[in-house]
Design a binder for this molecule. Structure first.
Ligand code: PMP
Length: 465
């Protein structure tokens, strides 16, 4: 008895010593990283080096395999070490990004003072939700459908989503493969959380909606950006995606039609990327929120043989239900059950009266058609207006509800221009830097009326003249 207690005591001491050694090693590693930082500063060498990080990822995964340690544990430790290294090297705090959400909050503040603005910032259509949606929502409210609902969604909406998907994509899904979320944003975050863990990475195609990268940062994962250009029509090549895959890459986020460019990846190319993802065991997260605003053949992940996928969709844009906060996600039963746990922990459910309205949205085809036609007219109109501004170039969107013009002047500063436009002309846009490394570009949202679009773009032209 005594001897096993002694043995236990001895082992505990060794564990404490080993822990101390690990901390000492971290301090020694930090000291080395600091020296590297000083040398980089002297030689004006960029502080961040993806190749060095990649070789460390390989080293750690190899070591874990040899020592019989879980690879993800190794990646988590490496992620902490890399963050420490950057901290002691005095990495400048990440430049504060101006996201569309932040522009919209700023515009709302100014409007609250009574000042009128021409809003080309917010990603929100000015259409009304279908009347059937309003009726069903208010009827449900007055019928006291005001209690907790099932986390997955009420069975009637889950069934309606299943039937809608079958009708649209001829893709049979089970109830267990669907979850109703409080908006596409929540679905996207849960998709990232269920497929990528701390220390791992996911590929994002830039320019894109900033929440993908921000979500990955919260998880402690790395976003590997595939940069696309206006000359490429804002579309990636299959090879560029393939080249971006690292040993710790677990997912790729695709979203077509894209925010902010309105570009659509041709279905064959989309399938090519899905094949590459499959070969590497990646989950394809396909954010299909703008599918109904498409004016060219548009791929859906449900129409590809993707092995691992998560589809996120929303009622916000198609039916102009942004404030309802409702969307849905389709994936494997395993992923959906992970999401059920997170959703039940954080929000319990989407309110039932909202879900009753959403059921009616799925049957509101005429409204979808008229909203889509109106958005197409706005794209045409905005394109004509931009054609009259020689300082800008753009790729005409094939869908979504935005245009992403780029200044011909290589020194253009989109943040400074956005602020000047707001101050001098009362027009709000979103700077290109919020969507990736695009200081020469900015996003014009076509959510507002034709008059707003014409007047706003003309004022942009005046400021650039
Ligand atoms: N995905 C994309 C690409 C978006 O642009 C947006 C909204 N701007 C969303 C998802 C989320 O929208 P919601 O949460 O309103 O469904």
């Amino acid at each position: 008895m005594m001897s096993s207690e002694n043995e236990l005591e001895g082992l505990r001491e060794q564990i404490a010593d080993t822990t101390r050694e690990i901390i000492d090693l971290v301090a020694a590693r930090n000291a080395l990283a600091k020296k590297v930082g000083e040398l980089k500063m002297k030689g004006s060498i960029p502080l961040e080096d993806a190749k060095v990080e990649d070789s460390l990822v390989r080293l750690v995964l190899g070591e874990c395999e040899t020592k019989g340690l879980d690879g993800q544990t190794g990646l988590k430790i490496l992620s902490t070490l890399l963050a420490e290294g950057k901290r002691v090297q005095g990495f400048p705090a990440k430049q504060q990004l101006i996201t569309p959400m932040m522009m919209s909050a700023k515009a709302q503040q100014i409007e609250a003072t009574g000042k009128k603005l021409l809003r080309l910032d917010v990603g929100e259509p000015d259409f009304h939700p279908p009347k059937a949606v309003l009726d069903a929502t208010s009827e449900a409210l007055y019928a006291y459908r005001t209690r907790y609902a099932p986390t997955r969604g009420i069975p009637e909406l889950v069934t309606a989503v299943r039937q809608y998907i079958d009708r649209r994509h001829h893709f049979p899904v089970k109830d267990s493969e669907v979850i109703v979320n409080p908006g596409g944003r929540f679905g996207v975050y849960m998709a990232l959380m269920s497929s990528v863990r701390e220390g791992e990475s996911a590929i994002v195609i830039e320019p894109n909606w900033p929440a993908y990268k921000e979500g990955l940062q919260y998880i402690g994962a790395r976003a590997i950006s595939v940069h696309t250009t206006l000359e490429e029509g804002w579309l990636p090549s299959v090879d560029a995606v393939q080249d971006a895959i690292r040993p710790n890459t677990r997912a790729i986020v695709l979203s077509y039609p894209a925010n902010p460019t309105g570009a659509i990846l041709a279905p064959e190319k989309f399938r090519g990327i899905v094949e590459v993802a499959d070969e590497h065991g990646l989950t394809v997260i396909s954010d299909e929120i703008y599918t109904d605003y498409s004016y060219a053949p548009t791929p859906s992940i449900l129409e590809t043989p993707a092995k691992k996928f998560i589809l996120t969709a929303s009622f916000s844009k198609t039916w102009a239900m942004t404030g309802f906060r409702v969307g849905y996600t389709v994936s494997s039963e395993e992923n959906i059950s992970k999401m059920m746990k997170i959703q039940s922990l954080i929000v319990t459910c989407v309110p039932e009266f909202i879900q009753r309205g959403a059921i009616k949205a799925l049957g509101s085809d005429p409204e979808v058609a008229s909203n889509a036609a109106a958005m197409r007219e706005r794209i045409d109109l905005a394109s004509r207006e931009l054609d009259a501004i020689p300082a800008l170039q753009y790729a005409k969107p094939d869908g979504a509800m935005y245009i992403f013009p780029q200044a011909r002047n290589a020194d253009f500063d989109s943040v400074a221009f956005t602020m000047k436009l707001l101050e001098e002309k009362g027009v709000t846009i979103s700077p290109g830097t919020g969507f990736g490394d695009y200081p020469r570009a900015f996003r014009v949202s076509l959510g507002g009326s034709k008059e707003t679009i014409v007047e706003g773009i003309r004022k942009i032209g005046e400021l650039l003249a």
